[in-house]
Design a protein around this ligand. Structure first.
Ligand code: NAP
Length: 258
C-alpha cells in the first residue's frame, strides 16, 4: 500500500497498516528536512507528475494507494486520482473534516491565500498571527502595514518584512496558544481550514480572546474519489480493498505522456 504522506494521519495510518501486517510505503514530498519517523518503508521527493506516479505504481506493484496529503495540497490529489485510474490501482483520499465556526467565533472566509491577503490589504495596521505554514507566507508580502508573527515547523521559504518567526509543530495546547497570542498582542489570526485536532487550539484561543480570524478555505479536489476521514477508516478501506472492492474515479484525461 502506498500512502501519500504529509499529515499526522498519514503517520498514524502507516503504523496501523504495519501492525496489521500490510507492506506499507510512505511517500513524502521532501519539503520538511526532519520528517517524523514512521513505520514501514519511506521514500521522498516528487514522482515526476502523473506519468511518473503511474510508473512508480507499476514498478512497486502497488495494490492500493491512500492519498493522505494535507487538505491544502492542491496538485498531488489530482495526480493520484488520475494515475490510479490509469494504472487500475484502488485509491482513496484520507481527508479530515474541515473546522466549522462555533458561537463566539469571528471568522471571515477567504477563498484562497490571495483573497486572504486582499482582505488584510484593506485593513488598518494590525498585529497578525500567521499560522499557515512556511510555503504560504509569501502571499502576504505586500501587506506591509501589518506586523506578523509567523509560526512554522521550519523557517519561512521567503522571510516577510515586519515579521517575527516562531518554530512549532503541533499538537498545540489551548493555554499555550492563549499565552502566545497575549504575549505578542495579536489582534488577528490568519489560518487555513486544515481541520483536525492538532492545530485547532488556536481557534479556541482566538474565540476566548474575541479575536478576528481570516479563514482560508480549501482548494478544489478531484471529484468521484472515495473519501475517508480518519486513519482507522482508511485502514478498514485498505482491508476491504485488498479483499476485492475498489475505488470509482474516472479520469477526465490520461494526462501528459500516458
Ligand atoms: P502539492 O501542491 O499538492 O504537490 C506539489 C508536488 O509535490 C506534486 O506535484 C508532487 O510532485 C509533490 N508531492 C506532493 N506531495 C507528495 C507526496 N506525499 N509524495 C511525493 N511527492 C509529493 O503539495 P504541497 O502543497 O506542495 O505540499 C507538499 C507536501 O506537504 C504534501 O505531502 C502535503 O501533504 C504536505 N503539507 C502541505 C501543506 C499545505 O498547506 N499545502 C501543509 C502541511 C503539509 P510530482 O508531481 O513530481 O510527483
Amino acid at each position: 500500500v502506498l500512502v501519500l504522506a504529509g499529515t499526522s494521519e498519514a503517520t498514524d495510518l502507516a503504523g496501523r497498516l504495519d501492525r496489521a501486517g500490510v507492506e506499507v510505503i510512505s511517500s513524502l514530498a521532501g519539503v520538511t528536512a526532519t520528517p517524523r519517523v514512521r513505520a514501514g518503508r519511506a521514500r521522498s521527493g516528487g514522482f515526476g507528475g502523473t506519468a511518473g506516479l503511474v510508473g512508480y505504481l507499476r514498478n512497486e506493484r502497488i495494490d492500493a494507494l491512500v492519498d493522505a496529503t494535507h487538505p491544502f495540497a492542491a496538485v498531488m490529489p489530482f495526480h493520484a486520482a488520475d494515475a490510479c485510474a490509469y494504472a487500475g490501482v484502488a485509491h482513496c483520499r484520507l481527508l479530515r473534516a474541515p473546522w466549522v465556526p462555533e458561537p463566539g467565533d469571528r471568522w471571515t472566509g477567504a477563498a484562497d491565500l490571495v483573497a486572504a491577503a486582499a482582505i488584510l490589504g484593506r485593513l488598518e495596521p494590525r498585529r497578525v498571527f500567521l499560522a499557515i505554514g512556511r510555503q504560504s507566507a509569501p502571499a502576504f508580502r505586500r501587506c506591509r502595514q501589518h506586523w506578523f508573527l509567523a509560526r512554522s515547523i521550519e523557517p519561512l521559504a521567503t522571510p516577510l518584512a515586519n515579521c517575527i518567526e516562531v518554530r512549532g509543530r503541533g499538537p498545540f495546547e489551548f493555554d499555550a496558544e492563549v499565552a502566545l497570542l497575549l504575549e505578542h498582542r495579536i489582534d488577528l489570526v490568519v489560518t487555513k481550514n486544515a481541520g483536525g485536532v492538532a492545530t485547532v487550539a488556536k481557534l479556541a484561543a482566538a474565540r476566548s480572546l474575541g479575536l478576528e480570524v481570516v479563514m482560508v478555505e480549501r482548494p478544489a479536489a478531484p471529484v468521484g474519489v472515495v473519501e475517508v476521514a480518519t486513519d482507522e477508516e482508511a485502514c478498514r478501506w485498505v482491508e476491504a480493498t485488498v479483499r476485492g472492492a475498489g475505488g470509482g474515479y474516472i479520469p477526465t484525461s490520461p494526462g501528459p505522456g500516458l
